[in-house]
Ligand binder design. Sequence first.
Ligand SMILES: [Zn+2]
Ligand SMILES: [Zn+2]
Length: 377
Amino acid sequence: MNDYYAELGLSRDASSEEIKRAYRKMARKLHPDVNPSDEAADQFKRVGQAYAVLGDPEKKASYDQGVDPYAPGGGAGAGFGGAGFSFSDIMDAFFTGGAAGASGGPRSRVQHGQDALLPLDIELSDAVFGGEVDLTFDTAVVCTTCHGDGSRPGTGKHTCDVCGGAGQTQQVQRSFLGQVLTSRPCTACDGYGDIIDSPCFECDGNGRKRETRTISIKVPAGVDTGTRIQLRGEGEVGHGGGPAGDLYVEVRVAKHPMFQRQGDDLHCSLELPMSAAALGASLPLETLDGPRDIDIQAGTQPGDVVTLKGLGVTRLRTESRGDLLVHANVRTPSKLTSEQADLLRQFAASRGEETPAPKFQSVNQGLLGKLRQAWKG
Ligand SMILES: [Zn+2]
Ligand SMILES: [Zn+2]
């Protein structure tokens, strides 16, 4: 395989801007109009080829995956002549973003792969803290036997003799309007312009094969069910080992046995015996951040909320977090022994509550008002 990064004097993580800059600089120095030596012409051609690949997002993605369109013995066919290019053509390529060579003619065997959308099941803790989640899926990958070329190793392709490599055949048809020239894809070569002498036995000439892959996906903190994550170039490899499409995963957060999410906050309910609500208590809660003590104030009412600041869900793309709200669910004992009933009667007597005063009030001051306060506070 040609090392196009080295050809441009770049490392493999060079940005598209760096690639463009490096090529522009070298093309200026090496162009035959500027430098007539044979050596320069040769290097100019190689540098041009390197840029034709690295300057084209699709070809680059494919090359980064190990498919070299200019590898000896096959590939996509050179789209960049190097020599014979005028200086302005090269500069034009920067502004159109293309690498030239894409015009009519036979269709390329190398096609862009399809995007894919898959569900990604994660735990609530992954959504809260972010995490790495493995995803196993069935996809199309570059054939390892022919590296996407489609030919059995050691064999090649020959120009289609039906269409002469054009990929199209033309027919003259007579109609009442006169003679009409129509062109259609050549059936002998499927429009490719060439024919594989001996198809690769592993991929049947497709250049790709099905495979089960497992990838580790970085899940950012704060995602929720329905959030989509884009993974560039992790989709299906195209026909002829063409650059892979993108993989999108749609997050599905599993139900947690204890905590329910509402926006950035987590909620849970704490069942409290009446006595603990009256006397106060400190109870351990296993939060997603580890054990915490929940302090129940003496005199806690049904629906009161204990807020643990910052123990909720991380807000997407920030460091800040919502809260964890514990809702007190005060339970009145429903089955009393006669001894317990006596104790409660004594308790009521000591508070002068043997016959409770009729304290009816509007709903606003009562339960609903309390709920409102809880949501505000
Ligand atoms: Zn193959
Ligand atoms: Zn043909």
